[in-house]
Design a protein around this ligand. Sequence first.
Ligand SMILES: C[S@@+](CC[C@H](N)C(=O)[O-])C[C@H]1O[C@@H](n2cnc3c(N)ncnc32)[C@H](O)[C@@H]1O
Length: 363
Amino acid sequence: MTWPDTKASAALRHKFAADLDPQRTTEWAEAFAAVPRHVFVPRFYAQADDRSWRTVYWGDPGHLETVYSDQALTTQLDEHGIPTSSSSEPALMLAMLNALDVRDGDTVFELGTGTGYNAALLSHRLGDHKVTSLDVDPALVEGAVQRLEQAGYRPFVTAADGARGYPARAPYARIIATAALRSVPTALLDQAAPGAVIVAPIGYGVLHTTLIAPGHATGRFLSTPAHFMPRRVPTIAPAFEAVRDREPTDTKVAPAEVLDRLRFPLSIALPGHNSCSWRDDDGKLTAVGLWAEDGSTATAHVSGAVRQIGPRRLWDVVEDLAAAFPGVPRREEFRVTVTPSRQTVWYESPDGPTWELPRGEAT
Ligand SMILES: C[S@@+](CC[C@H](N)C(=O)[O-])C[C@H]1O[C@@H](n2cnc3c(N)ncnc32)[C@H](O)[C@@H]1O
């Protein structure tokens, strides 16, 4: 099936590109104006207030208008209705592409092909043969390759764990990830060319780093908030049943802080943790839950009652963060030092709060 580029879609796309970058301050406006997003998102899932999903197809009222708007669009759901792929929010894509700072002739590696839209933008700017893009999901790769061809692009796309890179086409001058990682994968550091720029979501932020020597990089987080799908790893279940029997302790930190002010630093302090919330019939927050892959689980009720179980006391980490950050933490003050043996995040100064990211993602 092909998705024609009509007068209407072309007009919407040009307005969309102009709105994304009104001053045309970047070279990417031209790529956003040229690459037909609707070819990569011929259908998407929209969530209703009751959290049920509805499929919006090409030709449905509003499809083109939504595709050519600054919205992340869910394109794949698992059997539980959890999104597993999406076309990211265009303004965030633009911010990440700007941060990537590509130059003519650069080779680029992308982790997370998804729809293929970002790979098309990169191919448009740099040329097909410079772009390598991997997605862990073979069905997504098959669809992305077809759509890329339809739009006139033939980058190298294959199905594999992107955290292992693709050594046969390395070194890469630029590396971009579009799934959230817990640290910079060692394999990607190894496959980065001298001076390479790496832009990758880590937790709920986007890290921008530059390779300063083999295996060594420095960088900081972009100021822009980010919520990417996590790199797919086996899922773990929270121990909510067991934690319910625990004697509660008291907290002065409001559970809502975990979903708001402390969300980003918590994703750095507890890489790869999961969270959920409970609400009453009026939608008011009643409690939050946290769990990690070692089975540690915590719940915090708005009454102040905290229950924790497992090898790590997850709510204690929340309390420490709340004490370290009296206000809203500034993402761009989170900096990173990468060496072959450790990856350290520090806030404002190396003497300030620091956190170690897990070593050896995907190794
Ligand atoms: C936000 S979507 C990517 C959006 C994509 N760049 C686009 O333009 O449509 C995240 C993608 O990362 C993929 N992904 C998750 N874990 C991965 C892994 N370990 N290696 C490669 N891709 C992965 C998911 O299958 C999903 O398609």
